[in-house]
Design a protein around this ligand. Structure first.
Ligand code: IMP
Ligand code: MG
Length: 187
């Protein structure tokens, strides 16, 4: 840990687990026995996706995309591109995109448009955290773990400059320094 970063717990591992179980149960009820493809957005969604998948009882396939967006370390500029595409054929299939956090909305707007070109039967979005304060484009999020008003969060997959993804809970971060310059950042 950067010695001047400050972390304050927002969601405990137990709170996250309980909500993830509820989301999995809700998705299982909504889809029943219809086959489903979960598409996780790397890297941030890797832990949430792994936990959520184990609470879904509908028949399931798993895939991942990796997106990059240009901006500062803490804010997206709106320019998004794919660096790793899906590998499954999703034509005619029911899709749920699994995301760690929705912030400006640019990432999910872009991904939904790209996935629609593959002609899936449906596309829904499940995100662990919906942070509406900086929403720049409207996004319909179908399954939301937690609504969080503001702040920069780390842990449970979420990073700041690639750090803190391994923390089991979610923390509010006050960085010890202001990130400088512009660089591509993993979602
Ligand atoms: P957006 O909705 O396109 O602005 O971007 C969402 C992505 O930005 C997420 O997938 C995260 O990787 C990253 N992001 C947004 N807010 C946070 C945060 O509070 N902590 C860590 N990553 C964040
Ligand atoms: Mg990130």
């Amino acid at each position: 840990m950067n010695k001047t970063d400050q972390l304050k717990e927002l969601l405990s591992p137990e709170t996250i687990e309980a909500r993830t179980r509820e989301l999995g149960q809700q998705i299982s009820r909504d889809y029943e026995n219809r086959p489903l493809v979960l598409i996780g957005i790397l890297k941030g969604a890797f832990i949430f996706m792994a936990d959520l998948a184990r609470y879904i009882v509908s028949p399931l396939q798993i895939d991942f995309v990796r997106l990059i967006s240009y901006g500062s370390r803490m804010e997206s500029s709106g320019q998004v591109s794919i660096t790793k595409d899906i590998e499954l054929d999703i034509m005619g299939k029911h899709i749920i995109v699994v995301e760690d956090i929705v912030d400006t909305g640019y990432t999910l707007k872009y991904l939904k448009e790209v996935l629609t070109l593959h002609e899936p039967a449906s596309v829904r979005i499940c995100c662990l955290i919906d942070k509406k304060e900086r929403r720049a484009v409207p996004v319909d999020v179908d399954y939301v773990g937690f609504d969080i008003a503001r702040g920069f969060l780390v842990g449970y997959g979420l990073d700041f400059d690639e750090r803190y993804r391994n923390l089991p809970g979610i923390y509010h971060l006050t960085p010890g320094y202001e990130p400088q310059g512009f660089a591509p950042s993993d979602r």
